[in-house]
Design a protein around this ligand. Structure first.
Ligand code: GDP
Length: 138
């Protein structure tokens, strides 16, 4: 079974949308293979989003993701990476398809409620960032 890495961003945790988001994820056929609530330091957030360090929005992105707790999850399903990107929707909630998590729970392109890895390679790197092997259901 393929695995991807997702996390519920601070704005969605603060707005009490975590339960509804996890419910939608399970109803879409994903198994929650690992889950933890963590608060990233600015340095950890910079490392996680290193790929975006040249972007104009990098500091905003890092500050937003480290301003409160996030809920990180390993999600297992056939075709998990691509299927989760579809369930999540486009980065800008205003442009995201109806019924997607970002359309339902995102507030803006920055505070879009949820993160999902964009490739299998990045999923494996991101899973390793948050979890060790013993914490993940096989
Ligand atoms: P994703 O893979 O769909 O999350 O999108 P990207 O990899 O393009 O961007 C990563 C994250 O950066 C997004 O989820 C947003 O939180 C944030 N982001 C993307 N574009 C912008 C932007 O134009 N402005 C701001 N402030 N944040 C952005």
């Amino acid at each position: 079974m393929e695995k991807t890495l997702a996390f519920i961003k601070p704005e969605a945790v603060c707005n009490n949308n975590s339960g509804k988001i996890i419910d939608s994820i399970e109803n879409a056929g994903f198994q929650v293979a690992a889950l933890k609530m963590v608060r990233l330091s600015v340095e950890q957030a910079q490392k996680f989003y290193e790929i975006h360090k040249e972007k104009a929005f990098f500091d905003d992105l890092v500050n937003n993701i480290s301003c409160g707790s996030i809920i990180a999850m390993v999600l297992a399903k056939e075709n998990a990476v691509d299927d989760f990107r579809k369930l999540m929707g486009a980065a800008n909630p205003a442009a995201a398809e109806e019924g997607t998590l970002r359309k339902l729970y995102g507030e803006s392109i920055e505070k879009n409620g949820i993160h999902g890895a964009d490739s299998l390679e990045n999923a494996n790197t991101e899973i390793g960032f948050f979890f060790n092997k013993l914490e993940i259901i096989e």
